[in-house]
Design a protein around this ligand. Structure first.
Ligand code: LRH
Ligand code: MN
Length: 430
């Protein structure tokens, strides 16, 4: 396995922190034991947990106003995978990378697959892109793609998605995520029923091309780039489309794609109850689709979402949705943000394992709201950092990924080997 961070430095860093970790871990073990919880069983589940990294997340993100590229920006998919390998080496929770096509289209898929495998990386869900026009494109997506009034545009968008699936098969991926920005900016501009019917026909055609062991994930979003109506604007439209399309067509929940204060954990419960919860794009937000670091604004919501997922898995242990980060790192080092965010998602998962579900359901049956919410808070208020650190240490990662990464000087190294392209400031998410 190729490792870009010097293993000796990693060990040195861990050795400095190991005795403190053992003290904290044993103290937590004793505390959990008093509640009848074996810390090692939780540790094993923490070690099994993983969340995919978005290829587009290792470059500096921006907004429509500006993008301020950082040092050593990855200039192609290979350099993006180099950075993803560092995230995995130190966090040991991100072995999968989610690609976006055409941004990451390789000349030789076999070469790209081998390049990833040298780092122990594999490819998660593929993302198609019919929200931007490519230079050599015949039809424009200005007024939509899979829902466009013009059949030729819809067919072009369908063909692109089928092409992404064929590429994904060569790369070992097992899912296609379809997010379209299709919608309108003015009342009257778009016929709601006709546009949704076009969407259903287009998605069905793509679904019929899907390999039998693949899933299709439909991603809803309340607004942007359309600012009056969006064809797949919420979980309701996504669920209806997934239900109409087929068994392996599921809904994907991007946390930032909801109006402020929407109860996302309840949407998670609803979609799962009807067998249509396929995956997540984890991030955080305060206003719009801010794509901020997971758990950075509302970590309790992230915990409540995993509380629902762990409750679902209590009934169906085989249930395993696609977990991906989908963030835009405008002011931090993307590698640091992705390592930290992967740990925050893992933290929410681990805390959800510590909820006394028997007691909780009894308080719910007895209509005892104080004790019901207190039983959730009891788990949420536990500091599970020693379990996350021990999971990384035992898997060969860093007890403290960010400080180890900074000590490695990796960013300074790639800043030299990847001279900045002065013309690539501009704006936009990547
Ligand atoms: C849309 C979205 C979608 C991706 C894009 C990069 O806002 O969440 O998942 O295709 O971001
Ligand atoms: Mn997303």
């Amino acid at each position: 396995m190729t490792l870009l961070i010097d293993q000796n430095l990693l060990q040195e860093q861990n050795t400095k922190q190991e005795s403190a970790l053992n003290t904290d871990y044993n103290a937590l073990a004793e505390k959990l034991d008093r509640s009848g919880i074996q810390i090692d069983t939780v540790l094993e589940q923490a070690k099994q947990f993983s969340v995919a990294v978005p290829s587009w997340g290792v470059g500096t993100g921006g907004t429509r106003f500006a993008r301020f590229p950082g040092q050593g920006e990855p200039r192609n998919i290979f350099e993006k995978l180099d950075d993803c390998s560092v995230i995995q080496q130190l966090s040991q929770a991100t072995p999968a990378v989610s690609l976006h096509i055409p941004w990451d289209r390789p000349k030789d898929p076999k070469e790209l697959r081998q390049y990833a495998e040298q780092y122990g990386l594999h490819f998660d869900a593929m993302n198609s892109n019919t929200f931007q026009d490519q230079i050599d494109q015949d039809e424009s997506y200005k007024f939509g793609s899979l829902t466009h009034t013009n059949k030729a545009v819809r067919e072009q968008a369908i063909a692109h998605n089928i092409d992404v699936v064929e590429l994904g098969q060569k790369l070992g991926s097992k899912a296609l995520t379809v997010w379209v920005g299709d919608g309108s900016n003015f009342p009257g501009q778009q016929h709601f029923k006709n546009s949704f019917s076009h969407y259903l026909d287009s998605i069905k055609t793509i679904y019929d091309s899907l390999p039998d062991d693949w899933n299709m994930l439909l991603e809803h979003k309340i607004f942007e780039p359309a600012f009056y109506s969006t064809v797949i604007q919420d979980w309701g439209s996504s669920y209806l489309a997934a239900k109409e399309t087929g068994e392996r067509c599921l809904s994907l929940v991007d946390l930032g794609h909801h109006a402020p204060n929407v109860n996302i954990e309840m949407i998670v419960s609803r979609l799962a109850q009807f067998g249509k919860l396929g995956g997540f794009h984890f991030n955080d937000s305060k206003y719009g689709d801010d794509d901020l670091d997971s758990g950075s604004i509302n970590p309790y919501q992230l915990f409540l979402i995993f509380n629902e997922l762990t409750d679902i898995r209590a009934q169906d242990p085989a249930y395993s949705p696609f977990y991906m980060l989908d963030q835009s790192h405008n002011v931090t080092d993307p590698i640091e943000s992705l390592m930290y965010s992967a740990a925050e998602v893992q933290r929410a998962f681990v805390k959800s394992l510590l909820v006394d579900r028997q007691a909780l359901s009894q308080y719910q049956e007895d209509n005892d709201p104080m004790m019901a919410q207190a039983s959730l808070k009891q788990a949420y208020n536990l500091d599970v950092e020693p379990i996350l650190q021990m999971a990384r240490l035992q898997a060969g990662g860093a007890i403290d990924p960010v400080s180890c990464y900074r000590a490695s000087g990796y960013r300074a190294t790639v800043a030299k080997s990847r001279p900045a392209d002065p013309n690539k400031t501009g704006s936009g998410i990547v």
